[in-house]
Design a protein around this ligand. Structure first.
Ligand SMILES: [Zn+2]
Length: 100
């Protein structure tokens, strides 16, 4: 780990519930509403941040095609509130594009 993780991150937060990861399908222990295990959430977050550095709207077709990730993002939005505004802004832009 090269950087500290501030929870919650996309789809994962620590907790005492047994959940099944929507990305890899493995069971994990986390927050009641967690939808991804910690390794997957870390990977998703890293992908978001690196995508943001390359292009504000980089992988929309991938995201639309991948409902598991969509679900993880929605959960991350709900869970993080305003803490990860960079992802929120990106997600809102993507959602507008998809609905127009
Ligand atoms: Zn997973």
């Amino acid at each position: 780990m090269s950087k500290d993780i501030k929870y919650p991150i996309a789809g994962y937060a620590p907790g005492h519930y047994y959940c099944r990861c929507s990305v890899c399908g493995e069971q994990f222990q986390g927050d009641k509403r967690a939808v991804t295990c910690e390794p997957c959430a870390v990977q998703l977050t890293d992908e978001f941040e690196s995508d943001m550095e390359r292009n504000p709207c980089p992988t929309l077709s991938e995201m639309v095609a991948d409902t598991a990730r969509d679900e993880a993002i929605r959960f991350g939005m709900w869970l993080t509130g305003g803490n990860k505004s960079i992802i929120t802004d990106w997600f809102n832009k993507w959602k507008e594009d998809g609905e127009s």
